[in-house]
Ligand binder design. Structure first.
Ligand SMILES: Cc1cc2nc3c(=O)[nH]c(=O)nc-3n(C[C@H](O)[C@H](O)[C@H](O)COP(=O)(O)OP(=O)(O)OC[C@H]3O[C@@H](n4cnc5c(N)ncnc54)[C@H](O)[C@@H]3O)c2cc1C
Length: 393
């Protein structure tokens, strides 16, 4: 069995967007950083690949809006440093029944925190979008300036490039099988027999979190992998320019009986992204690859909301991806605890909405593992201990 010893300040396990952002933040602080990935870098088997993710500050909870607003600055800083763009600015538009509790809570959050927004009746929505979006009489629209698109795989590449530029060591096709506490630090064991020694460790392994944690600490968290589909639909001939990011069309979310989201045409010319925020439970190592999610509901929604501008018969591009869902859809950001105390930090359960905040999450994970604390957010929302309680702390 091959064996090597290495000394790192921080070993980051899992090179999706969270691990790659963490490796960048750690190496930027001058720490000797190692990033390990079980598959090829930029593979398509996890949660961070593909053409795009939405960014929006329209959350009911202020702690998320605040993390998103911090992330806008960090996305801009990182892309300026690397020399290419991953963030494309757009407004964001929410729509749903006027009594929908999520929309009402977003409005309350924006009002309380003096963030600008426009609450629109269905007539005002028709006027604002010149008929491109139609909502029922008893729905409202909520328009904010905080939207946009992040190019997903390109953003992961950006963080990995920046991490390498700051001296981090990046290794792919290295599956971590266990982590041991060796008193002074941690020893990370791998399937190919290599061992890596570090003072501290950050675990960002996405949907594989329970597979690794069961081995490391015997702990299993209530994080459920779901397989979901990102769908792109054809804009009908002659209307392509009406739903583009350059034509001022926003990113959007739709509430009510089904939660849908989408973004203006950017990554595939002539296509618009519309998908459902849901999925089917899966084993990350035995994926069905492409199980459809509420396809009929999506088709109906497209037909009704876009007033015939988009062909709702079938999506023309479908990309399979995984969510890691917690019961409350809040993230897990915490020390692993137990025999590892504060030596191992966990970032997991990003519940299908973490990408936009990856820059600040990488910063938080780095601060936790290095400084033992962070000022960026109150971690009570993200602690592992909340799962033992009956309601949110
Ligand atoms: C279809 C879809 C649409 C989404 N849309 C949005 C959106 O619009 N806006 C938004 O903010 N978020 C969105 N998200 C959510 C966002 O993409 C995820 O929250 C984020 O990508 C999670 O990243 P991660 O690094 O935690 O997981 P991953 O990307 O899965 O990374 C984990 C990595 O760890 C590696 N790994 C696992 N086990 C090991 C091991 N033992 N050893 C070494 N490596 C290991 C894996 O191979 C993987 O590369 C969406 C997600 C999906 C699937």
């Amino acid at each position: 069995m091959e064996s090597s010893t290495s000394d790192y300040d921080v070993i980051v396990i899992g090179a999706g967007v969270m691990g790659s952002s963490t490796a960048y933040q750690a190496s930027k602080r001058g720490l000797k950083t190692l990033l390990l990935e079980q598959f090829d870098f930029l593979h398509h088997r996890g949660s961070s690949h593909g053409e795009s993710r939405n960014i929006r500050a329209a959350y009911p909870e202020h702690y998320y809006s605040s993390l998103v607003i911090k992330s806008y600055h960090l996305w801009e800083q990182a892309q300026a440093q690397v020399g290419f763009n991953v963030y494309y600015k757009a407004h964001h538009f929410d729509m749903g029944p006027s009594n929908d509790s999520t929309i009402l809570s977003i409005v309350e959050n924006f009002r309380e925190n003096n963030l600008p927004y426009q609450l629109l009746s269905h007539e005002q929505v028709a006027e604002k979008f010149s008929g491109r979006v139609n909502i029922p009489d008893d729905w409202v629209g909520l328009s904010t300036e905080y939207g946009g698109i992040i190019k997903a795989t390109k953003a992961v590449t950006m963080f990995q490039t920046l991490a390498r530029n700051h001296g981090a060591v990046l290794k792919d096709n290295v599956e971590v099988t266990d982590i041991k506490n060796d008193g002074a630090g941690v020893v990370v064991l791998t399937a190919n027999g290599e061992e890596f020694r570090g003072k501290k460790c950050v675990v960002t392994v996405g949907a594989w979190v329970n597979k690794l944690l069961k081995k490391v600490s015997g702990v299993e968290l209530p994080i459920q992998p779901l397989e979901t589909l990102l769908c792109y639909w054809r804009i009908k001939e002659g209307h392509e320019g009406k739903l583009t990011i350059s034509g001022d069309f926003p990113t959007f979310s739709s509430f009510g009986s089904v939660l849908l989201y989408g973004s203006p045409s950017l990554e595939f010319p002539g296509l618009i992204k519309v998908a459902v925020h849901d999925g089917n439970p899966c084993d990350p190592d035995k994926r069905p690859w492409g199980s459809g999610v509420m396809m009929n509901e999506m088709k109906e929604w497209i037909e009704e909301r876009f007033g015939g501008l988009v062909d709702s018969s079938e999506p023309v591009v479908k990309l399979s991806c995984m969510y890691s869902m917690t019961p409350d859809e809040d993230f897990v950001i915490d020390f692993l605890g137990g025999e590892f105390g504060e030596k191992v930090v966990l970032g997991a359960g990003f519940s299908g909405h973490g990408f936009k905040m990856a820059p600040v999450i990488g910063k938080i994970l780095t601060e936790l593992v290095v400084d033992g604390e962070t000022d960026e957010v109150d971690l009570k929302h993200f602690r592992i201990g909340r799962f033992n309680k009956t309601s949110k702390q």
